[in-house]
Ligand binder design. Structure first.
Ligand code: DUC
Ligand code: ZN
Ligand code: ZN
Ligand code: ZN
Length: 484
């Protein structure tokens, strides 16, 4: 007799689709079989039973370098994520210059503890890689289960230079952590921005040309080269161009430990969304920016072909009011408007509706992109699949339910949705976290604090052999030991 059984559903994993009941005890999946009995039961007849989603790129209770705060905290962000079929999320903990890493992680612990309805971890943003950070604090972060570090190649207050990047890649590699990068060429953006501003082109739509596609591919090529030099794993987040995707694909063909992520907005929106009357376009400002229809199609093909390991929302919630996008007034220039848009609650429904229902991806790819790949890359060892012994993190989907996306049904703290009015078929109707209902019957039924911090393991790099550049290999550099 199990604590809970899910009966009658069709189980979908990254490998298979099969009919089975799921027996859950003490928060874990205890059995897959037929005719299972439990003290409690969820009837999933006619439904798909998937691994609970893992939202691995979102900005929650995060301050920008200039002090602006996202409008979602660990409570509202986790609730919106759970309504969107996620059982776990991994937001960022942002170090700013002058802050220590341990201090940063303690701060985010204080924001997250007792607040989330689903399990969580953090990626650490490293903006100030001092000697102490490199020698002591990054290893200590790894020991506390923070096994992914993000760096920026752009933004004056965040960016690191190539040498610092190599230092971080090397420390991360030594400890088994994964480095993530926001790859855009800072000088190109600054140069374009200066000229656009000088010409009076300050409206939100000019944010798109201010971040040229070449800024992404140049920086990605450089980032991949740096990672290859030291044979370190690297994930390029929010890839927005076919040129960038091709660089990931090429590096993977070579066996390098290079991974790519793309995000909802690059598949579903275009820069035309920025070109709305007044300041409305500000809602669609994100970095890298939205591109065009040909780009969307190319990114879909890369998603189909497996170039991208991850598909994320990049939920960066800044409201369309004076607390967020318009904090510099109603006439702010694009340079003064926060970058990012919400979407944590619609990532998976959009991917299901536009991907699975339209025949662009298989159910197995959907499961992989929902959860499995993020679990393996980010060391969430007991999450991301439906198998005996795993956490009972499960999303039950009604593949036929159609809803219209609106800011009102997103359960976040936002005053707009970038996908307002989209008709989406296929919705998660039950979300379980460690065997407990978080969302059921259209309602939130878990309390903030149910979600626990997950101590993450190292990324699973199986199948990515990599090799050091000859200049770093003692066999071919006259015996110099330079880096591990
Ligand atoms: N990078 C992100 O990852 N998200 C929002 C904006 C940005 O620059
Ligand atoms: Zn970024
Ligand atoms: Zn982001
Ligand atoms: Zn910008």
């Amino acid at each position: 007799m199990f604590d809970l059984v899910i009966t009658g559903g069709t189980v979908v994993t990254a490998a298979d689709t099969f009919r089975a009941d799921i027996g859950i005890s003490e928060g874990r999946i205890a059995a897959l079989g037929l005719g299972l009995e439990g003290a409690d039961r969820i009837d999933a007849t006619g439904k798909l039973v998937l691994p609970g989603g893992i939202e691995a790129h979102c900005h929650i209770a995060q301050e920008s370098a200039t002090g602006g705060m996202t409008s979602d905290d660990y409570t509202s962000g986790s609730i919106s994520a759970a309504f969107g079929g996620n059982s776990c999320f991994v937001p960022f903990a942002a170090q700013h210059r002058g802050m220590g890493v341990t201090e940063t992680l303690d701060l985010y612990d204080s924001r997250a503890q007792g607040a989330s309805v689903i399990d969580y971890g953090y990626h650490l943003i490293v903006a100030d890689p001092t000697e102490k950070v490199l020698a002591e604090e990054l290893p200590a972060a790894f020991e506390r289960g923070v096994t992914s570090f993000k760096v920026f190649m752009t933004y004056d207050l965040m960016k690191i230079d190539d040498k610092q990047f190599l230092d971080i890649l090397t420390v991360a590699k030594t400890h088994g952590a994964l480095t993530m990068v926001h790859a855009e060429n800072s000088g190109m953006i600054a140069w374009m921005t200066e000229r656009l501003m000088a010409g009076g082109h300050t409206a939100p739509r000019y944010h798109a040309p201010s971040h040229p596609a070449l800024a992404e591919s140049e920086a990605m090529n450089r980032a991949i080269s740096l990672a290859k030099l030291v044979d370190a794993p690297l994930l390029i987040v929010h890839v927005s161009t076919p040129e960038g995707a091709a660089l990931v694909s090429q590096a993977r063909l070579e066996g390098a430990k290079i991974f790519g992520e793309t995000c909802s907005q690059y598949l579903f929106l275009t820069r035309d969304d920025l070109d709305r009357p007044g300041m409305e376009g500000a809602k669609f400002m994100c970095s890298p920016p939205l591109r065009d229809v040909a780009t969307q199609e190319a990114l879909w093909r890369h998603l189909q072909a497996g170039t991208f390991s991850l598909f994320s929302s990049d939920h960066a919630p800044y409201r369309y009011d004076e607390t967020g996008k318009l904090s510099n007034g109603p006439d702010a220039t694009f340079k003064q408007i926060a970058n990012g848009m919400p979407g944590i609650g619609v990532r998976l429904p959009l991917l299901f509706s536009e991907g699975v229902n339209k025949g662009r991806i298989t159910l197995q790819q959907f499961a992989a992109l929902s959860a499995t790949n993020a679990a393996r890359l980010y060391g969430l060892e007991r999450k991301g699949s439906i198998a005996v012994g795993m956490d009972a993190d499960i999303a039950i989907w009604d593949p036929e339910e159609t809803r219209i996306v609106s800011a009102e049904n997103q359960h976040d703290n936002m005053d707009y949705s970038a996908f307002e009015g989209w008709e989406v078929t296929g919705w998660p109707v039950v979300t379980l976290s460690r065997g407990q209902r978080v969302i059921a019957d259209g309602k939130l039924v878990a309390e903030p604090g149910h979600g626990q911090y997950v101590h993450r393991a190292r990324p699973d790099l199986t199948g990515h052999p990599g090799h050091r550049a000859p200049e770093l290999d003692p066999a071919t550099n006259f015996g110099a030991e330079i880096a591990p």
